[in-house]
Design a protein around this ligand. Structure first.
Ligand code: PMP
Length: 390
């Protein structure tokens, strides 16, 4: 029988994360690939979710989200960023950020429209743009500094630009976009009358002093910006799949129209728990970032000691490492053999780029440091063994 998958989705038949996690299992490798923490999130959230289930909160939540969670999200935006958000019309709870991104792209992008994004990019943007009939215009961020090339950014825009998809802090580079960079993006979006979808799921996982600046805090961007976040990252509960979008009511109404046909609503008991979680004190918010900073520094130091070049991630779970000194010149084709021989799995950076960038990123591998200390140490030991150390 002919492949039943619609042709436009053929290049996106399977995500690299599932493939690499399966490879790690099969080869008994240290899995520094998929970005999920291997420690439990806060116990009080687990208790709250159980309480909600036992207490009978097991029917459909409203399609835009539980009122107490929408209020907690609005409070969070005011508390951390001074943003005024109406919980009735300017907040939408989604099944993780993934669904929110899909719903936003499918709601806004028309056939023939163009969507500007930086590459490397998080891998769920291109398939949704393709399914909507749009075209992606990518702007490279180049290893190891990942600076914005202003000229390349300006030329990516055209009179067909409908949407800019920004991700700050950025996966997989760990880059935190500066206010000046955001201003430039906002000005271009305004000039071309484009919406901005900003994926800020790592907003609380900033590890250095560069502050996270939400795009929506820029006055020139506020009326055209939809902001995504996710409890998966903030609370280390990636399996709960609770995300949310905030933004102007007319934009959110459009996204809600799409979202309601995807899942209608998101799991109620987890929404209830996250509503309480968002009110936790600043020290509790800092715990995950503090732990991650230690793991990042462990991995960066270990890789540097092995003579492996990396970027310096200021945020997120990820670092990019050039594994050519270990004989991995092309991570896309070589990762399986590398895992079989050496027992370490990362994600080839080339799976997050297009065109000429595939070659430019060939020896780069994304390692996740949201893992326990002993896992990172074992990964480093195995990489060292490739060089005949240890
Ligand atoms: N955006 C980015 C940049 C991510 O890294 C991830 C998760 N890896 C997501 C969105 C998806 O978030 P969620 O798990 O809430 O769907």
């Amino acid at each position: 029988m002919e492949n039943p998958l619609v042709p436009v989705m053929a290049p996106y038949a399977s995500t690299i994360f599932s493939e690499m996690s399966a490879l790690a299992l099969r080869t008994n490798s240290v899995n520094l690939g998929q970005g999920f923490p291997d420690v439990e999130g806060p116990q009080f959230l687990v208790d709250l979710a159980c309480e909600a289930i036992r207490g009978g909160q097991n029917q459909y939540a409203p399609r835009t989200g539980l009122p107490e969670l929408r209020r907690a999200i609005a409070d969070h935006q005011r508390r951390f960023y001074g943003l005024d958000v109406d919980p009735e019309t300017e907040v939408l709870v989604t099944a993780g950020a993934t669904e929110g991104i899909a719903a936003a792209i499918l709601a806004l992008v028309r056939p023939g429209d163009e969507v500007v994004t930086f590459e490397p990019y998080f891998d769920c943007y291109p398939p949704m743009v393709a399914r909507a009939g749009g075209t992606l215009r990518t702007v490279p961020l180049r290893f190891p500094d990942h600076a914005v090339d202003e000229q390349a950014l300006a030329t990516a825009f055209s009179d067909r630009t409908r949407l800019v998809v920004l991700n700050t802090p950025h996966n997989p580079t760990g880059k935190v976009f500066t206010r000046d960079e955001l201003r430039l993006i906002a000005e271009l979006a305004r000039r071309h009358d484009a919406w901005i979808l900003t994926d800020e799921v790592y907003e609380h996982l900033v590890l250095d002093d560069t502050p996270h600046v939400p795009m929506a805090t820029l006055p020139e961007a506020a009326d055209r910006t939809l902001t995504m976040s996710s409890a998966g990252k903030t609370f280390s509960m990636t399996g709960w799949k609770v995300g949310w979008i905030t933004g102007p009511a007319e934009g959110l109404a459009a996204v809600t129209s799409m979202k309601q046909w995807l899942t209608f609503t998101t799991s109620g008991p987890f929404q209830y728990a996250i509503a309480h979680g968002l009110a936790m004190d600043d020290a509790a918010y800092a715990v995950t970032a503090d732990e991650l900073r230690a793991r990042r520094d462990q991995l960066l130091t270990g890789l540097a000691d092995l003579g492996i070049r990396t970027n310096h991630p200021e945020a997120t779970y990820f670092v990019l490492a050039d594994l050519s000194p270990l004989g991995l010149d092309d991570a896309l084709t070589g990762t399986t053999a590398f895992a079989e021989e050496h027992g370490v799995v990362g994600i080839p950076a080339a799976s997050f780029v297009t065109g000429a960038e595939v070659e430019a990123t060939a020896p780069l591998v994304r390692f996740a440091f949201c893992k326990r200390e002993e896992i990172i140490a074992e990964g480093l030991r195995r990489l060292g063994a490739v060089l005949g150390r240890g």
